[in-house]
Design a protein around this ligand. Structure first.
Ligand code: ZN
Length: 240
C-alpha cells in the first residue's frame, strides 16, 4: 500500500535494519521494518528518522510488521533538529500520539494535528508552540480527537453551572463544590486555558501562568488515566 506517514519512532534492529512506528491517516499506527536501511548505500538515505513526513510504500506480508519498499520525503523538518527544545517537543508530541492512538483505527484528524504541530515546531518563529503551553494545547486537541475532551461547561457530575472549583478525572471534567470529592482544585485560569485551547487553532496557544499550566497538565493526566489507562511523558523536559 501507499500512504502518507509520520515516523514516530525508529529503532535499530539486527545488523542493518530499522523497525519503525509510523502514524498514518487511514491505518492509524503501523509497525514496519526497513531492511538494510543502515547501510551506507541504502536507497532510503536518512529519511526513515523520527519526525519525517513521508510518502511511503509498504508491503504487507504475513507477519505483524509491514516492509518498507519505498519512501519519499514530504518534509524532513530539518530546522527543528537544530533546536534542542523543539526536538524534545517533537519527540513528546510523537510519543503522545503513539501512546494514545496505538491501534490501526483511522484518525485522519490526529494525523493532520501531528503534521501541523511538527510544522509549527519546525518554524523559526515557533514562540509559545514550543513550550509547555503549546504542548498542553496539542494534548487537549488529541483528547478531543480521542473523544475524551474534558467537560468544561458545567459540573461533570451534576450539571451545576456555578462555582466550578475542581477537576475530577473519574467524572471527566470540572466539578462544583457539592461534587468535589476525588477532585483537585482547578483555578479559573486553568479552566479558561483548556476551553480556549480546545476552541482555537494550534497556532493560537493561550497564555497561562506556570501554576495554571500545572493544573492543566494534571487534569489531562487524570482524564487519560481514568478513561484510557494511558500515561504520557511530562509535557516538557527540563529544558522547557
Ligand atoms: Zn456537581
Amino acid at each position: 500500500m501507499k500512504t502518507e506517514a509520520v515516523v514516530l519512532r525508529s529503532m535499530r534492529y539486527g545488523e542493518a535494519d530499522r523497525i519503525l512506528h509510523l502514524y498514518t491517516p487511514h491505518r492509524g499506527r503501523v509497525g514496519a521494518i526497513a531492511k538494510g536501511v543502515r547501510r551506507a548505500r541504502s536507497r532510503f538515505g536518512g529519511r526513515l528518522e523520527p519526525f519525517f513526513r513521508l510518502h511511503i510504500e509498504l508491503h504487507e506480508g504475513r507477519g505483524e510488521l509491514l516492509t518498507v519498499t519505498g519512501a519519499q520525503t514530504i518534509d524532513g523538518h530539518a530546522r527543528l533538529r537544530g533546536d534542542a527544545r523543539a526536538l524534545d517537543a517533537a519527540a513528546r508530541a510523537c510519543d503522545a500520539v503513539g501512546r494514545l492512538f496505538e491501534t490501526s483505527e483511522p484518525h485522519p484528524g490526529v494525523f493532520n494535528l501531528l503534521c501541523r504541530q511538527l510544522a509549527l515546531l519546525d518554524a523559526p518563529e515557533r514562540g509559545l508552540t514550543g513550550g509547555r503551553a503549546g504542548a498542553l494545547a496539542f494534548r487537549l486537541k488529541l483528547l478531543l480527537a480521542a473523544g475524551l475532551a474534558p467537560q468544561l461547561g458545567a459540573c461533570a457530575s451534576c450539571g451545576e453551572r456555578e462555582h466550578l472549583v475542581g477537576f475530577a478525572g473519574a467524572a471527566g471534567g470540572v466539578v462544583g463544590g457539592a461534587c468535589e470529592a476525588g477532585s483537585f482544585p482547578l483555578q479559573e485560569e486553568a479552566h479558561g486555558f483548556m476551553a480556549e485551547a480546545l476552541g482555537r487553532a494550534l497556532t493560537e496557544v493561550p497564555h497561562a501562568s506556570v501554576a495554571a499550566l500545572g493544573q492543566v497538565e494534571r487534569a489531562i493526566a487524570a482524564t487519560l488515566e481514568h478513561h484510557a489507562h494511558v500515561r504520557l511523558l511530562p509535557a516538557v523536559g527540563h529544558a522547557g
